[in-house]
Ligand binder design. Structure first.
Ligand SMILES: NC(=O)c1ccc[n+]([C@@H]2O[C@H](COP(=O)([O-])OP(=O)(O)OC[C@H]3O[C@@H](n4cnc5c(N)ncnc54)[C@H](O)[C@@H]3O)[C@@H](O)[C@H]2O)c1
Length: 451
């Protein structure tokens, strides 16, 4: 039997032992955070990642190597042997939740993690899922797997869902100062999980009435972003045709102190969350005989943006009597967003593939992401930006990494003959004005047709 008193005491005196399963973008910062107060076992199935971390090498900018090294010699044990999780009081699952080849939720990582836990699960332990999934995952998928052990959820062991809201690369909001949502399978479970997070976080913990409300809140947050980005993209497509600068429109609309929140257009959405999570809810909604048209339409609009980028590139090259075929195009930014190295679901992949399938040559430059996997093989970033633009016919600015300033890009563009620039992030606010006279500039959400 697990008890609120016993686990609360272990939390308050710091004697609780916490296991974190999956040491990726979510799990590693969480393991570091928990190890500030508790003994932590960071369990990761990839031996390569364990080796890298044990050598004090942090793959993520959000976890400094000095902090990792300090915790390693102290409260953090890294392991690829699940037996090391056996005596943990809390087990927090942070494994991936991708889509399968049919674009349906792939819960195989969660199920595998649950099956391993089930082999050693004992009375008094507490399991928390942090991975994003559709409402119902914790109670309908996880609990039946745990209960194969013969133990009863909510009586013999605790279960809660607590979504991770971390935003890799965000300088202001880190895992410790983002409010945390917690929903247990009963009130006691909610309370215990909330106390655990309250003991390490600077931010407040929000208790939900049940697991599925917490699961739904996380999915709603990410769908909100996806839908609003789609709206920004649609407005950009309309305003481009009308000869209106969508970026200026957004800035002006922002001056209204209520009722408007800025979202910006771009070459598409990427990362492990925004393009995927809406499809998790869509999938589940259809089981309830509801077709989520709005959510799916947003996905279609965002998916069109890399194609629109290619259309701008074709148009730009046409204006200097060139075609993609035989042209060399340099992509600035292969990460899915600013100042991170994660290339998962990055729109750059589609842009590169389109260039290659049209007979063009693609070069890339990204100061964070070193390479990207495409259906034509891996594409590696050039070592320096000068090398990347050498002999290029066009540049496509896909990501607004902080170092891609107007000055940085202007200096590179000045070295090119008749350059064609496609700017997906409004980095060059005034286009090529003052940079070069013989170039062509086209931008997403820019008045391209009136130039
Ligand atoms: N990346 C983000 O910004 C972010 C933000 C909020 C929520 N999330 C959600 O958090 C979850 C994890 O995402 P992530 O970006 O950290 O993924 P990730 O791929 O970076 O990390 C997951 C890690 O889990 C490991 N793993 C997989 N199965 C395992 C198992 N059975 N046992 C031990 N280790 C295992 C993988 O090797 C990998 O290192 C996903 O559901 C994601 O949607 C991600």
């Amino acid at each position: 039997m697990f008890s609120l008193e016993e686990l609360s005491k272990k939390i308050s005196d710091g004697s609780a032992k916490v296991g974190v399963i999956g040491l990726g973008y979510v799990g590693l910062p969480l393991a570091i955070l928990m190890s500030k107060r508790f003994k932590v076992v960071g369990f990761e199935k990839s031996k390569e990642i364990i080796e890298q971390l044990k050598n004090g090498k942090s793959p993520f900018t959000d976890v400094t190597e000095s902090l990792l090294t300090e915790r390693l010699g102290n409260t953090l044990l890294l392991s690829d042997n699940e037996k090391d999780l056996g005596d943990c009081d809390f087990l927090i699952i942070c494994v991936p939740t991708p889509l399968d080849y049919e674009k349906k939720p792939d819960l195989s990582y969660i199920k595998t993690a649950c099956r391993s836990i089930q082999t050693f699960l004992k009375k008094g332990q507490f399991v928390i899922l942090e991975s994003t999934s559709y409402p119902g995952t914790t109670e309908e998928i996880m609990i039946p797997l745990f209960e194969k052990s013969g133990l009863k959820a909510g009586e013999d062991f605790g279960v809660a869902y607590s979504p991770e809201r971390v935003d890799p690369g965000n300088k202001k909001f880190k895992v410790e100062n983002i409010p945390k949502v917690v929903g247990g399978i009963n009130e006691t479970c909610t309370e215990i999980a909330a106390k655990l997070y309250e003991s390490v976080l600077e931010a407040k913990v929000i208790r939900t009435r049940d697991c599925k409300t917490a699961e739904a809140a996380k999915i709603a947050e990410n769908i909100f972003r996806d839908v609003n980005i789609a709206l920004a993209n649609e407005l950009a497509l309309i305003f481009e045709r009308m000869g209106i600068n969508a970026w200026e429109v957004i800035d002006i609309a922002c001056t209204k102190p209520f009722g408007f929140m800025p979202f910006y257009p771009g070459a598409g959405v990427g990362g492990h969350c925004i393009p995927l999570d809406p499809l998790y809810l869509s999938y589940q909604a259809k089981k309830y005989e509801f077709i989520p048209r709005f959510i799916e339409l947003s996905g279609e609009i965002n998916d069109f943006m890399p194609i629109h980028t290619i259309n701008l590139l074709i148009e730009g090259l046409k204006r200097v009597n060139k075609k993609i075929t035989k042209s060399t195009i340099t992509i600035f930014g292969i990460a899915y967003k600013r100042d991170v190295k994660d290339t998962r679901e990055s729109p750059s992949r589609i842009i590169i593939e389109q260039i290659i399938s049209s007979g063009g040559n693609a070069k890339i430059f990204d100061p964070f992401a070193k390479e990207i996997e495409t259906k034509y093989g891996k594409y590696k970033s050039e070592k320096d930006a000068e090398q990347a633009v050498k002999n290029s016919d066009a540049i496509v600015i896909v990501v607004d990494h902080t170092i891609f300033t107007e000055e940085f890009l202007s200096n590179l563009i000045k070295t090119m003959d008749e350059p064609v620039i496609v700017d997906c992030k409004n980095v060059l606010k005034e286009g090529l004005k003052g940079i070069c006279e013989d170039g062509i500039y086209l931008g997403i959400g820019k008045p391209n047709h009136s130039e």
